[in-house]
Ligand binder design. Structure first.
Ligand SMILES: *Cc1c(COP(=O)(O)O)cnc(C)c1O
Length: 429
């Protein structure tokens, strides 16, 4: 169910009117539903349990980059989530939020030696290594620390995720992962390095996938590879299939998480029964968008209406610096008036105050609105706040989490002074 719905013509987050949130915290403001987050995480956790997995044999590692607010991380951590990070900064966030570093996996193509040291010092669960050059550096860093780094190699299974090219990552031409044909050699290298311990295998083929067929195809490629590795005595303890399940932005009908996981576990169980006498393999997931995407909206106020011969514009107080997805991928977000009006609908482009023609949030939407009205930009919980910037010296939006009929400020609005506090002018003379 949606946790953002109308009651008597007023859009609510759970049991709280969004107008009340704007009154208390101003706009633009990201608003998240705690219940939606719990529900979306539980879809994974419940499906793991329904397929006979416990906390040890399946692990959901929430993708921190999709929404890294401490309150979100803290909530998911309390539900048993692990975390998939892509920087040292994200590791520090997870720890600050009370998350368990021993449930952290570290992805990304460009880990620095400092980031490796930080992660090793916190004994993270696994490094998802994306090249042999990275493997050698990790071996050196771990050696200096007298440690062994647990690794899985991110293999590029060369399957087409059939999603937007900017968020498709599993094809040969992408920068991510180790080419399938080179993976065997890379594993042999890993197995021979003294400060590397081979733990698992992983992939992540893209984002906003509506169908699980490409994921199940990627699974087949990983299974083939694991079988070949085991024949050489390289034992794979976990299989990480990545994230990528999509959400409904417009008319999208994503596969249900429970159905996808049932098919995935069924295939894994058959394989393990036939080839490994039923010996289990730990399964990991790295979902981001499917947990947080539909759990958040961006609340914004109409500053001006500009009616023209060719187009009507609703100029709002949120902009591309707050929500970059439309400008970056031409992403579609639903727009709903916070207070429904009976008539006066016109077709508007919803645009922000930033000095770029690309600064639009939605195009050609029929809305009955007046100056000063509030709008909700829907499905903005993932890759919204985390991709925001200070372009045009605009402070980032506030973030609020609603729990029932209570609103909690989980990030203050940035004020302009803080934005240039780290800067200085040249000395005189
Ligand atoms: C971004 C990312 C994810 C999360 O993807 P979603 O589409 O948000 O589920 C998972 N794993 C890796 C390696 C990523 O880069």
């Amino acid at each position: 169910m949606s946790h953002f719905s109308y009651k008597n013509g007023a859009l609510h987050a759970e049991n709280l009117p969004l107008s009340e949130i704007a009154r208390q915290f101003g706009s633009p403001t990201y608003v998240y539903s705690r219940a939606a987050l719990v529900e979306n995480f539980s879809a994974y956790a419940d499906a793991c349990r329904a397929n006979g997995r416990d906390d040890k044999s399946a692990l959901v590692c929430y993708s921190v980059k999709s929404n890294s607010n401490l309150a979100v991380l803290n909530l998911l951590g309390s539900l048993g989530s692990g975390f998939d990070i892509v920087s040292g900064g994200e590791l520090l966030r997870v720890i600050a939020a009370g998350g368990d570093p021993r449930k952290v996996i570290f992805s990304g193509v460009g880990k620095s030696a400092d980031e490796m040291r930080l992660a090793l010092s916190h004994d993270i669960l696994c490094f998802n290594v994306e090249s042999t050059a990275e493997l050698r550096r990790l071996n050196e860093v771990a050696g200096e620390m007298g440690k062994q780094a647990p690794v899985s190699l991110r293999v590029n299974p060369n399957v087409d995720a059939k999603t937007h090219p900017y968020i498709s990552t599993g094809l040969r031409e992408n920068k991510f992962g180790i080419a399938y044909e080179e993976a065997l050699d890379a594993y042999r290298t890993a197995a021979a390095l003294p400060h590397i311990r081979v733990a698992g295998i992983d992939c992540h083929i893209g984002s906003q996938l509506l169908d699980d067929a490409p994921l199940l195809e990627a699974l087949e490629r990983l299974i083939e590879l694991i079988d070949r590795l085991e024949k050489e005595g390289i034992v794979i303890h976990h299989l990480d299939i990545g994230g990528g399940i999509g959400i409904t932005y417009d008319q999208d009908k994503p596969v249900a998480v429970g159905d996808y996981l049932s098919r995935l576990f069924a295939r894994i169980d058959t394989w393990r029964r036939l080839s490994y006498a039923g010996k289990p393999i730990q399964v990991m997931f790295e979902p981001g968008r499917s947990i947080v995407g539909n759990a958040g909206i961006l609340l914004t106020r109409v500053e001006y209406l500009k009616h023209g011969a060719a187009k009507n514009f609703a100029i709002v107080d949120a902009a591309m610096n707050d929500l970059m997805r439309p400008a970056m991928y031409e992403a579609w977000h639903g727009v709903q008036p916070v207070q429904q009006r009976a008539d006066g609908a016109r077709v508007y482009d919803i645009v922000g105050p930033v000095c770029e023609s690309g600064d639009w949030l939605a195009r050609e939407r029929s809305l009955a609105i007046e100056q000063g009205d509030l709008l909700a930009i829907m499905s903005a919980g993932a890759y919204g706040m985390t991709m925001s910037s200070n372009y045009n010296t605009r402070g980032r939006a506030a973030e609020v989490m609603v729990d029932g009929d209570r609103a909690h400020l989980i990030r203050k609005r940035e004020d302009a002074g803080a934005l240039f506090a780290l800067e200085s002018v040249l000395p005189r003379g």
